[in-house]
Write a protein that binds this ligand. Sequence first.
Ligand SMILES: NC(=O)c1ccc[n+]([C@@H]2O[C@H](COP(=O)([O-])OP(=O)(O)OC[C@H]3O[C@@H](n4cnc5c(N)ncnc54)[C@H](OP(=O)(O)O)[C@@H]3O)[C@@H](O)[C@H]2O)c1
Length: 271
Amino acid sequence: MKLLEGKIALVTGVSRGIGPYIARILSDEGASVIGISRNEEKLKDIEKQIIDDGGNAQMIPFDLNKSHRIKILVQKLSEYNADDVDILVNNAGIEKYSDYVDNNYDSIQSIINVNLLAPMELTRMILPKMLEKGSGNIVNIASLAGRKGVAYNSIYSASKAGLIKWGDGLRQELHDTGVSVSTIMPGYIDEAGMFYDGGFPAPKLLGTSPPQKVAGAVLKAIKTGKGEIIVNNGPIKPLLALNVFAPEFGNYIVKKFGVVELSKKRIKSND
Ligand SMILES: NC(=O)c1ccc[n+]([C@@H]2O[C@H](COP(=O)([O-])OP(=O)(O)OC[C@H]3O[C@@H](n4cnc5c(N)ncnc54)[C@H](OP(=O)(O)O)[C@@H]3O)[C@@H](O)[C@H]2O)c1
């Protein structure tokens, strides 16, 4: 019997990027996957791929920017016989490179909505049944940008820092309930996803990781209940530790590595 046989996994952001890798690895382990994103056509493609490979998948188109309407999404789950979610992967995310002053209220709100409010609200609605059963896994896809702020992408950094600390608090609150809360923190991901789509190479000293590594980290989180997992190729852990004690030095290193320069290029490519 496969590890996740009989389990229902709800995964947001499955239409492209890293999400399809997460959906497929969970399906390969036997889970029935319920996928959420806006693009219906791409959702159908992923659903077909999973079913053609012998898995179980159903897709629900939904705009997570409307985080105040997540109750409607959760009501829809019962129509799909999927209201008993065992695994929730909050993966959907958006970013926008710009000079901070070029944002407006709506652009700030949409990043916070999709990246932070939607995971919080979805979890609030899904959690009671997990607590009733005494088992479940909540996995949040954050980012290393939530550990060290990124210039010209500071709202994204704020949303991911919020996700990391919300998970940190919730994990302690749910200790001993049988429900685990894990946070995955990827660095630059190659081959697919928002960084790859930007079309610029990553700073050499930080490196990139393939999307399969993020999917593997999600599976590891579910298997072990591990609280926080970093997915990155370069020497990031000592640098993050150093940044806690000497943030100015952290700023120097980030600039030296070319992160700020890369962010500036990505604003121009947005234009
Ligand atoms: N790629 C990286 O290098 C990297 C690094 C660190 C962290 N991450 C994190 O990893 C996660 C996945 O990123 P990715 O690289 O796969 O991004 P991506 O390629 O841009 O895909 C984002 C996914 O989120 C969905 N999404 C966006 N806005 C949505 C909305 N309003 N409602 C519902 N779904 C929405 C998109 O689907 P629709 O457009 O169809 O709605 C898509 O499936 C994100 O949380 C991201 O912050 C990525």
